[in-house]
Design a protein around this ligand. Structure first.
Ligand code: ATP
Length: 312
């Protein structure tokens, strides 16, 4: 059984009167891609920056591979790599120079640094931009430079704050594949995002955070199953034969609606239970034309657990 990469224990962070994160307790497993999903201002960046030892907790603690961000921040810093939400170029002002510098402080020799930086820049489609000034780069390209730092570093724990914000859709898919590859190579990854498609596409488990509080944690399946009547099973039958009796019998599975020859059942675990419904209809001599099982989206889950929309 994998251990925990990160153990967040009763973590609270205040900025003056603002409680940015309120008593957060959460485990992130070794080797997984974990998504912190929430709208702007929900506390994602504050959490990531505290794991990365940029902020100190107001109370509580966070352990990264067993090391406290409060007492052993110098150890934690060696274990993590972070791609910030807002890339900031430092005194070096071209991607090539910045990444070479980053490679060297990550422990590469000069020749290895040049090799690995070139490899990563080519993989991310950054090579043509290597000698441009930062102000000449698009927001998306700057985000790629941020991600490049982490790929070069190959940390045990990668912290990615909205890694594909401002990136076009095709590039998003490329970056998601690269993030998944990084995980296969053994890096644990935490992604903050407000993009439910990204969360669904990349993350193995998700924590929904809203107004500084963790509202729900689980795999996508678990989150969706948390909605009572979470799946929508839609069955079209050959003829208009769905009478009151069918409605009543099927109500054991959840809310049932009939319109014409279409039957809709709002239920949990639709994939499993729909087989029983098909069997029931077959026994009654009702022939089925088509069956569809629709899942609620993460947006639906977000709304269910917070009462708010992920995006206004
Ligand atoms: N350095 C700071 N000083 C004061 N308040 C802050 C600071 N950083 C964050 N906050 C406040 O804490 C709350 C959480 O912000 P945080 O940036 O962690 O949210 P987020 O979910 O990452 O949102 P975003 O995607 O907009 O960054 C917000 O109310 C924010 O205004």
């Amino acid at each position: 059984m994998p251990g925990n990469a990160v153990e967040i224990r009763g973590f609270t962070k205040r900025f003056g009167e603002t409680v940015a994160v309120d008593n957060l307790t959460l485990d992130i497993y070794d080797g997984e891609i974990f998504g912190l999903l929430g709208p702007n201002g929900s506390g994602k960046t504050t959490t990531l920056l505290t794991i990365a030892t940029v902020y100190k907790p107001s109370s509580g603690d966070i352990l990264v591979y067993g090391h406290s961000v409060v007492r052993e921040d110098y150890v934690v810093r060696k274990l993590i790599g972070i791609a910030f939400q807002e890339p900031k170029a430092m005194w070096v002002d071209k991607p090539w120079d910045l990444l070479i510098w980053h490679a060297k402080i990550s422990g590469y020799s000069s020749s290895d640094a040049r090799r690995v930086v070139r490899e990563v820049m080519e993989e991310l489609g950054l090579w043509e931009h290597r000698n441009k000034y930062f102000y000449q780069l698009s927001g998306g390209t700057r985000k790629k430079v941020e991600l490049a730092k982490v790929l070069i570093q190959k940390p045990r724990l990668a912290i990615l704050d909205e890694p594909t914000a401002q990136v076009d859709v095709i590039t998003k898919h490329v970056l998601w594949d690269i993030i998944k590859k990084m995980r296969k190579q053994g890096t644990t990854i935490i992604i903050a995002t407000n993009d439910m498609f990204e969360a669904e596409k990349v993350c193995e488990r998700i924590g929904i955070i809203y107004k500084g509080r963790l509202r729900k944690v689980g795999s996508i399946e678990e989150l969706k199953d948390a909605i009572p009547g979470g799946d929508i099973v839609e069955i079209s039958v050959e003829e208009d034969v769905l009478g009151e009796a069918v409605l009543k019998d099927l109500s054991v599975y959840g809310r049932v609606e009939v319109s014409g020859n279409v039957l809709r059942v709002y239920m949990n675990k639709g994939e499993e239970k729909s087989l029983e419904i098909l069997e029931y209809l077959r026994k009654r001599g009702i022939s089925v034309k088509r069956i569809m099982i629709k899942e609620p989206t993460l947006d639906d889950v977000f709304m269910y657990v917070t009462g708010a929309k992920l995006r206004e």
